[in-house]
Ligand binder design. Structure first.
Ligand code: AMP
Length: 537
């Protein structure tokens, strides 16, 4: 069979976007842009500046902040594997953990073999330009290389000799090697970010933002990644628009202003059916006591609960309050409520937040069952739902997290923030009839002849400079076909350029909606288009 025949039979694979991810396409993307533009505008009026952290970070950052025991970290993170690097981690681990008592010099040779392989891999990684290896820690690398050379010299000079001095030198060289390899900065596990609060806090610490006037107000937008079961409004790559207020005080007016900002944003977008739920989940003082009380009460009714809730009595009783199980609702209604068990400071703070919201004309519903399962969340917690989203109807979640920056190695810092699910926000806008703007053209240039083409290119350039959207067909077509094409693209006008127009210096502009046409000089044309655009908008 000839090669050609083989090729014919092989059908190339048709690729599809990976499950839980999707393409955002025009014209929908214009709606995304306009939502994002509105966020930029509103957040700026509240004094927030944009931060763009990387989309991947050290896995440990998320493990520490979001929490090892959460679904997000334990099941849903995309951790980035890398064959070579994994291998290097493994080698280093073997060196550090080398447990064999050196019985004779053959053990030392094995050990040296490991060191040499590690050095070779690092050298290769350098050559392959793997970015983590840009800065391996040059001093540690030099120490490791020289200790390996000393070890090699020692082995060849004294094979099998076991005098105490040689032996001691061998042991101290092994220690030197372990220490140096431990100091190598060969990068670490990375994960795609499942959320951005941890990154913002990391950045606040890394850039010493506590030196800036406090609080520091930052917002972000971009993709997040969680390996969740995809369904309507739930994706594995989804987008969040969020903001964080870090440092300064925990004045209730800060909580209220952050919430006011989100509500103003939703209001500007004319999001329908917006409902703000509010709660306080106490602090390190009062919450553990409440959790114990809740656990004790839950144990009394354990038999009536489903398996998930039964498990949560032990792991995280607050999560039982989240339950949507019909059969559990009656029981949950009788459980103790956190609002009745807040310490004095938290109760005062919560009352003041509510007062501050009322002052700002922000309507809310108190929802004592609104909890966040993560340890670092405290006091103010809120969630916003919108219409048209089915079961996944939360468009925004937020709360106070005063302990987080400290947990990540920074100074004690107050913090509050929120994250809006942009996919759901846009879905809700669409469900309520807000369609994305069609990607129309202002002008379609129908040209015929080489001279007209040159004029058409110039006209396109000038019109685009003036801000009009212009379609310039790359090859000549008959005017009838060109006008049909203009119609299909939803162009408002067709600019007709043939030999006559070029020699007269008068260009024909046809308005496609009513078929009317008139002739204009080049400068009059732009003026006319400006007027008709401002009339129609
Ligand atoms: P969280 O970071 O879990 O508090 O989520 C904040 C908001 O992000 C939620 O209210 C949702 O609107 C949105 N969100 C969270 N997970 C997803 C997902 N898998 N797909 C789409 N949106 C999500």
């Amino acid at each position: 069979m000839s090669e050609g025949a083989v090729k014919k039979e092989e059908k190339p694979r048709r690729f599809q976007a990976i499950r839980g991810t999707r393409d955002l396409l025009p014209p929908e993307t214009s709606q995304w842009n306009s939502v994002e533009q509105t966020a930029h505008e509103i957040f700026t009026t509240f004094g927030f500046g944009e931060i763009r952290p990387p989309v991947f970070e050290s896995t440990e950052l998320f493990a520490r902040s979001v929490g090892m025991d959460t679904d997000i970290v334990s099941k849903e993170m995309y951790t980035i594997p890398d064959g070579d690097i994994e291998h290097i981690y493994g080698l280093r681990r073997s060196l550090v953990e080398w447990e064999i008592k050196f019985g004779d010099f053959r053990d030392a040779e094995l050990f040296l073999g490991l060191v040499v392989t590690l050095l070779t891999f690092i050298k290769q990684a350098h050559e392959d330009d793997l970015t983590q290896f840009e800065d391996v820690g040059m001093e540690a690398l030099a120490d490791l290389t020289s200790a390996a050379k000393d070890l090699s010299d020692l082995i060849s000079a004294s094979s099998d000799s076991k005098d105490t001095e040689t032996w001691n030198r061998l042991i101290s060289l092994v220690d030197r090697i372990r220490l140096a390899s431990d100091r190598l900065e060969i990068g670490e596990d990375m994960s795609l970010r499942p959320e951005a609060t941890a990154s913002v806090c990391r950045s606040y610490i890394e850039h010493g933002m506590q030196q800036l006037p406090q609080p520091v107000k930052l917002y972000y937008m971009g993709p997040m990644f969680r390996r969740e079961r995809p369904q309507k409004g739930r994706y594995r790559q989804f987008y969040q628009i969020g903001a964080e207020v870090l440092g300064g005080s925990d004045a209730p007016a800060i909580d209220a202003e952050v919430i006011e900002m989100v509500m103003m944003f939703f209001d500007r977008l004319e999001l329908q059916g917006v409902q703000l739920d509010l709660n306080s989940i106490g602090c390190r003082e009062c919450r553990p006591k409440y959790v114990e009380l809740l656990r004790a009460e839950l144990l009394k009714v354990k038999d009536k609960l489903g398996p998930d809730s039964q498990r949560r009595i032990e792991t995280n009783p607050l999560r039982v309050l989240d339950s949507k199980l019909e059969s559990e609702q009656g029981i949950i209604a009788t459980l103790p409520r956190i609002a009745d068990h807040l310490c004095e400071a938290c109760a005062t703070h919560y009352a003041a937040v509510k007062h501050q919201l009322e002052r700002r004309g922000v309507f809310f519903r108190e929802n004592w069952r609104l909890v966040r399962g993560l340890d670092y969340y405290m006091r103010t917690t809120f969630e916003i739902t919108a219409q048209g989203l089915g079961s996944q109807n939360a468009v925004c979640g937020g709360g106070r997290y005063d302990g987080l920056v400290e947990l990540l190695g920074g100074p004690p810092t107050k913090g509050i923030g929120f994250a809006i699910g942009e996919d759901r926000l846009i879905l809700s806008l669409q469900e309520s009839g807000k369609a994305p703007a069609q990607l129309g053209r202002d002008v379609y240039i129908a040209w015929m002849g080489e001279r007209a083409h040159a004029t058409a290119i110039r006209a396109a350039k000038d019109l685009r400079k003036a801000g009009f959207s212009v379609e310039l067909p790359p090859v000549e077509q008959k005017f009838g076909k060109a006008l049909g094409q203009a119609d299909k693209l939803g162009a408002k006008h067709a600019l007709i350029l043939g030999d006559n127009e070029v020699s007269e210096g008068l260009w024909t502009l046809k308005t496609l909606a009513d078929g009317s046409q008139a002739k204009y000089t080049e400068s009059d044309l732009i003026e006319h288009l400006r007027k008709s655009k401002s009339l129609s908008s």
